[in-house]
Design a protein around this ligand. Structure first.
Ligand code: CTP
Ligand code: CA
Length: 216
């Protein structure tokens, strides 16, 4: 199968030398790309600026992007021919309304930036999802975690949502280990152990492939 996978942060420029970004390392997304490739599938990895080596597996094609708009364009190109979509990227929700053509010079004591909303890649592609396609999203929540994750599943037309909890020490951003809860529209809830991200990725891939075989 063809897998579309978004990963890493996005960087939203404010001038030629500065951007707004986030702390996503891309590790979980890259581990998922490796796990899908190891399971015999072809992966289009649309990656924001992660400080990770480009995967060397010949079944992984990596497309490097910077901004949410670029990530959307690359994902939209790969989506129609992919059976499974996985949205592991930490996409910036907003970008500076204007990108200054020259470096913004230090002036007053405060600086006010106006931000505008970025395209929601998962939700926009979710509207085009065909019956035989399968969409997997991620959610990182700090409160009412499962309720928020299920709300995202419905809003973005996901078949599976992977919930990252910040409550577990050693899980999430920047760590080499992770612990996730997998939720489906029909109420299946499965929690992984705290494991290296590569092992968690294999568990997620096995779960997604089994669900895909059953429902898509
Ligand atoms: N996502 C996306 N495009 C965006 C924002 C999010 O594709 N512009 C995807 C993420 O890759 C993830 C899922 O949507 O799979 C949920 O991301 P999240 O940031 O938790 O959702 P938001 O709708 O942005 O909600 P929040 O207000 O909690 O940030
Ligand atoms: Ca968000």
């Amino acid at each position: 199968m063809n897998i579309l996978l978004t990963a890493g942060p996005t960087y939203e420029p404010m001038d030629p030398v500065r951007f707004i970004g986030n702390r996503s390392t891309g590790k979980m997304g890259y581990a998922l790309a490796d796990a899908f490739a190891a399971a015999g599938h072809t992966v289009t990895l649309v990656s924001g600026p992660a400080a990770l080596p480009v995967p060397t597996h010949p079944a992984i094609q990596t497309v490097r992007v910077e901004t949410a708009a670029q990530m959307y364009a690359a994902a939209a190109e790969a989506a129609p021919t992919a059976q499974i979509w996985v949205f592991a990227a930490a996409v910036a929700d907003y970008r500076p309304a204007e990108v200054a053509p020259e470096k913004i010079k230090k002036a007053g004591d405060t600086l006010t930036l106006t931000l505008v909303k970025n395209v929601d890649i998962a939700a926009t592609l979710g509207e085009t999802k065909r019956a035989e396609q399968f969409s997997v999203g991620f959610a990182l929540e700090t409160n009412n975690e499962q309720a928020h994750a299920l709300e995202k599943l419905r809003r973005k037309n996901f078949d599976v949502v992977v919930l990252n909890s910040l409550r577990d020490a050693g899980a999430g951003f920047g760590h080499d280990t992770n612990k996730v809860t997998l939720l489906t529209a029909d109420g299946v809830v499965t929690t992984s152990d705290l494991l290296p991200k590569s092992a968690v990725a294999q568990d997620i891939v096995q779960f997604v492939l089994a669900r895909y075989a059953q429902y898509a």
